[in-house]
Design a protein around this ligand. Structure first.
Ligand code: ATP
Ligand code: MG
Length: 409
């Protein structure tokens, strides 16, 4: 893409009311627009990065047999009454609204109720199981505080997968597969070193659930880290029993700030009981389906990456999620030679399938370099009168700052 065609502009300052580093940087670099507190628009660069994150998650969900769907954000009150979760006391972040006829509907905070109800049309026998279904869906939550940029939206994207199994044993095996898939996802996203499987409370059907917590000062949670075992314990379950279960000592744990980027949960038969989601086993006996749910927030992940992978000059994207692989910069000369050579190199790279952002704007070298640092594309290639004298390109690595010269071929 040619930068002269990109409608977004970089800016020196973030909006005054924006306190989160991730949103400040992403706004300044033109990735996102702050519509209001807790609601952000994704602009072309931001959408490219978000889609890369989504695709990594999608590949790993497909690899564990997930079938992608898209449910509705508008929610049927009756279904939520079946589990008692329509109540504002039970779910305190509901956005509710009314139809013209006066009937109430909700904006989805999560999708256990509608999906469990939907699956009744498709699950009858043990032959229909196991099933895993997932979506990328906008969720609405009336969060009290929305000061963490895109890490905590009132409107945000969630990948939510739900598993349906015949037995507890099969559920447990699937849960373990999903956990491994999550480990892989956060590694691929460049968060592997800082993301810890964290033991949290499990609800009525399991002793523990597992959160994926990424260590960052910008995090809203406090967790207790065991670096040797690469695991952590959530504050709410830190007690002698969990220490014994995990075979760890309190003195080996370090208190750190972290952000929950994902979590996996055993739902047992809570939702299948409420909706009568059952199947007939081989003996013809009717049993409730065992369910699990598995969430990741792609927007929160993007914000977390921005918090961790950035420096005083701007963003420093890991290759897997960068909006482009190469930032090609032309420092124009008077007679148009540099422009001609850079145009040709751009065409060549595009033909090779390289994702290039080409700064062909008629602006100063200083502006181009500071914008490039802010935007944070991993590899920068510069052509100028000086480099062309030796028939060379300057190649700079955004992360290490290393510079080397390469021949123009
Ligand atoms: P938190 O405790 O941070 O509010 P949660 O326990 O409410 O998170 P879940 O309901 O389990 O989160 O949602 C699954 C995933 O969706 C989370 O792991 C997180 O990545 C993402 N998520 C949750 N709330 C938000 C939000 N307000 N903005 C952006 N992403 C979110
Ligand atoms: Mg929450």
């Amino acid at each position: 893409m040619k930068q002269s065609q990109l409608f977004t502009k970089t800016r020196r300052e973030a909006p005054k009311d924006e306190v989160a580093k991730n949103a400040q940087l992403l706004i300044r670099a033109g990735y996102i627009h702050k519509e209001m507190a807790g609601a952000y628009c994704y602009l072309p660069l931001g959408l490219r990065t978000l889609n890369k994150i989504i695709n990594i998650i999608r590949e790993e969900m497909n690899a564990i047999g997930g079938q992608e769907v898209h449910l509705t954000a508008l929610q049927d009150k009756q279904k939520w009454e079946a589990t008692g979760r329509w109540s504002d006391e039970v779910i305190d972040v509901w956005f509710k609204t009314e139809l013209k006829n006066g009937n109430q509907v909700g904006l989805g905070t999560t999708h256990e109720e509608p999906l469990t109800s939907l699956m009744k049309d498709h699950i009858n026998s043990f032959r229909d199981l196991p099933i895993a279904v997932y979506q990328f869906q906008t969720k609405f939550r009336n969060e009290i505080r929305a000061k963490s940029g895109i890490m905590r939206g009132r409107e945000f994207l969630m990948k939510d997968l739900y598993s349906f199994n015949a037995t507890q044993q099969e559920h447990n095996a699937y849960y373990e597969r999903a956990k491994q898939a999550y480990v892989k996802i956060f590694e691929r996203l460049g968060l592997g070193d800082k993301t810890f499987v964290t033991f949290a409370s499990g609800g009525s059907f399991a002793k523990y659930s597992h959160e994926f917590q990424t260590v960052t000062e910008a995090g809203e949670d406090t967790i207790y880290l065991h670096e040797g075992k690469k695991l952590a314990v959530n504050k709410e379950v830190l007690n002698d029993e969990v220490l014994k279960d995990l075979g760890i000592l309190r003195s080996d744990l370090k208190e750190v700030k972290a952000i929950e980027v994902g979590n996996i949960f055993n739902l047992g038969t809570k939702f299948s009981d409420a909706f009568g989601l059952t199947f007939k086993d081989e003996e013809g006996k009717v049993n409730p389906v065992i369910m699990g749910c598995y969430g990741i927030g792609p927007g929160r992940v993007m914000g977390t990456i921005a918090e961790i992978w950035s420096d005083e000059k701007g963003l420093v994207w890991p290759e897997a999620v960068a909006p482009f692989a190469v930032h090609l910069i032309a420092i124009f000369d008077k007679n148009g030679e540099v422009k001609k050579a850079t145009d040709a190199l751009y065409e060549k790279l595009v033909k090779q399938g390289v994702e290039v952002l080409y700064d062909d704007r008629d602006t100063s070298a200083g502006q181009k370099f500071s914008d490039s640092d802010l935007i944070g594309i991993p590899k920068r290639m510069v052509l100028s009168e000086k480099t062309m004298k030796n028939n060379q390109i300057e190649v700079k690595d955004r992360k290490s700052g290393e510079v080397r010269m390469e021949e123009i071929l």
